[in-house]
Design a protein around this ligand. Structure first.
Ligand SMILES: Nc1nc2[nH]c(SCC(=O)O)nc2c(=O)[nH]1
Length: 279
């Protein structure tokens, strides 16, 4: 490990928004779910995202849609590790979307640039898994867990409670010896939130950044919060998702996690050309 390499994707430039492309390596994202085909598909999808201008590729082996059953560790490793090794030197930063400490450990050995944990590194062993490395760490807020989170999301004050959660996680990770420069936060759109909660959080993007003083990742691409205000099904939510990404970036979000890389990259180029980025 080259300590001090600090290869987290936002190192050096915390102004230009980065585009994180979603690379699902779950069977339901491939026709036959076969191992070999899924690796081929994953690599060609990654190559397309690179042509489209992606900054970070987020590799996820477990679907975390509401109600999804947990995925056994071995299956997640079988899906994700071949892809991480295949992409490790392909160009853009590589992130792994996992909450399992063992997957984090193996991903770090495979050279990932970022660990994206929807569970905010709360699993036993998660902090130990990532402490002695130099990759970026995304701490996301989730109420409850994927199997139960959308049954009855409730908050007294969703913005205050999400800020308090993220503040506690930042404090816990830094107290464990993790360099704060490695950290980014994420309000977790759709993870234990109603549509109203999601938009309250989106409108509070600037407040989260100001209060927590770490880069913020926004992941609302094609989610039900986009469907709710456009009336569009998931396959017609690209424009709405781009609109949501710009709403987050306009308030200071540094990373947007999206399905539609080319469109988001173009939208950001024009928006950034026409907007005074000096905040
Ligand atoms: N950091 C982060 N990771 C994520 N992984 C997913 S999976 C669900 C989906 O893409 O619809 N969402 C998010 C998100 O919002 N933030």
């Amino acid at each position: 490990l080259q300590f001090g390499r600090f290869n987290y994707p936002w190192r050096g430039d915390r102004v230009r928004a980065r585009v994180m492309g979603i690379l699902n390596v779950t069977p339901d994202s491939f026709s036959d779910g076969g191992q070999h085909q899924s690796l081929e598909f994953a690599i060609s999808h990654a190559e397309q995202m690179i042509l489209d201008g992606v900054d970070i590729i987020d590799v996820g082996g477990e679907s975390s849609r509401p109600g999804a059953p947990p995925l056994p560790l071995e299956q997640e490793l079988q899906r994700v590790m071949p892809v991480l090794y295949a992409l490790r030197d392909i160009g853009p930063a590589i992130s792994v979307d996992t909450y399992k400490p063992q997957v984090m450990r193996e991903a770090i050995i495979a050279g990932v640039d970022m660990i994206n944990d929807i569970n905010g590194f709360r699993a036993p062993g998660a902090i130990d898994a990532v402490r002695d490395s130099d990759c970026g760490l995304c701490i996301m807020h989730m109420q409850s867990d994927p199997q139960h989170m959308q049954l009855a999301p409730s908050y007294t004050d969703v913005v205050a409670e999400v800020i308090a959660f993220l503040r506690e996680r930042i404090a816990t990770l830094t107290a464990a010896g993790i360099d704060p420069r490695r950290l980014c936060i994420d309000p977790g759109f759709g993870f234990g939130k109603t549509v109203e909660h999601n938009y309250a959080l989106l409108k509070a993007t600037g407040q989260l950044i100001a209060e927590l003083n770490v880069p913020l990742l926004a992941g609302l691409s094609r989610k039900s919060m986009v469907g709710a205000v456009t009336g569009k099904p998931v396959e017609q939510r690209m424009a709405g998702s781009v609109g949501g990404a710009l709403a987050a970036v306009a308030q200071g979000a540094l990373i947007v996690r999206v399905h539609d890389v080319a469109e988001t990259v173009d939208a950001l180029k024009v928006w950034q050309a026409g907007f005074n980025l000096q905040r």
